[in-house]
Design a protein around this ligand. Sequence first.
Ligand code: G3I
Length: 359
Amino acid sequence: MRLAARVTLTCALTALIGCGGSGDGPTSPTSPTTPNTPTTDNTPLRAYAAAHSRFIGAAVDRGFRYAGSDGVNFRALMAREFNMLVPENDMKHSYLQPSQGVYRFVSADSLVAFAEANGMRIRGHTLIWHSQLAGWMANGTWTQDQARALLADHVGTVVTHFKGHVAEWDVVNEAFNDDGTRRASIWQNTIGRDYIERAFIAAHADDPSVGLFYNDYNIEGINAKSDSVYAMIQDFKQRGVPITGVGFQSHFIVGQIPSTLSANIQRFAALGLEVHLTELDIRMPPPATAASLEQQAQDYRTVVNACIAVTACNTIVLWGVSDRESWVPSTFSGQGAALLFDESYAAKPAYAAVQSALK
Ligand code: G3I
């Protein structure tokens, strides 16, 4: 069991009375952020998850920096409910290497410090992606050798910086198209298709103990895209390319959970992989109604049950703490209300569903 898991398990046993509070306000069940959940069970999600050696996490970005009591309440809720933290943006290329060769870790380090003060495992997101690249990289003209060096330098520098703090990385994010072909990107176009394994090999070389994941969306069911990812990972395993697992982002729509989710989790697990649900949210057209909230709760229960039925599916990350911070409304107009807590941090029926499934 990796160190972080041991720390988290210890915290879980004391989660009911607060664990390593960050000093950012009360974390006891009577805190103002105690969810007015439809259930009478006041046990935090993290306590039930850790009791089964699992991680329930959340992506953290703007809410972490709210000022005043807003920030205190956000951080207290985060510390109370989750034993994993994923920086939503702060560990992306444009944030960490804003100028070529100039690395900036301050904001990501503040999230790491908060997570460690609260016994949370840290998932790094993401080393190599086609999006949110610093301008100098995205707009540059690079030879294959230059691009190979830039990839190795970024991965090596970042993995080395966070060694001993980040337990696992989304090494490469979203490298495939929905039809199963490789996505065109500066990495694919200048280096070629082996940029993916180059990233995994570089990350492993700099931290042999860190978890290495391939992460993508629309691969939660069995389809052309997940088949291509499966084939790539099968090839990696056969050739000894270091890889720990696969991340199913799991950005779902209420009422539309893939029917082949369980079978897909099982087939990737059968490759000897960990399978993590890395960016879970289940969006709906607001305003939420009792019916849509109930359907959402059922969908969350279905997804969590499909994961926890497979030992290798030991991590579920919500892509945000509350609907207030969610990326969904700014991306999908007319959609939102995708998470477990509403805009005022009240627990929704989905919270109770996830809590009872984790229990
Ligand atoms: O920080 C700036 C702020 O200074 C500026 O005023 C503001 C308006 O321009 O933009 C802010 O940056 C935004 C950033 O989120 C932080 O809030 C970017 O514009 C915005 O594009 C960025 O969106 C992020 C998105 O990835 C970018 O593709 C979302 O927060 C984030 O949730 C989302 O996460 C991705 C995963 O990394 C990969 N999987 C899909 C998922 C959803 O797109």
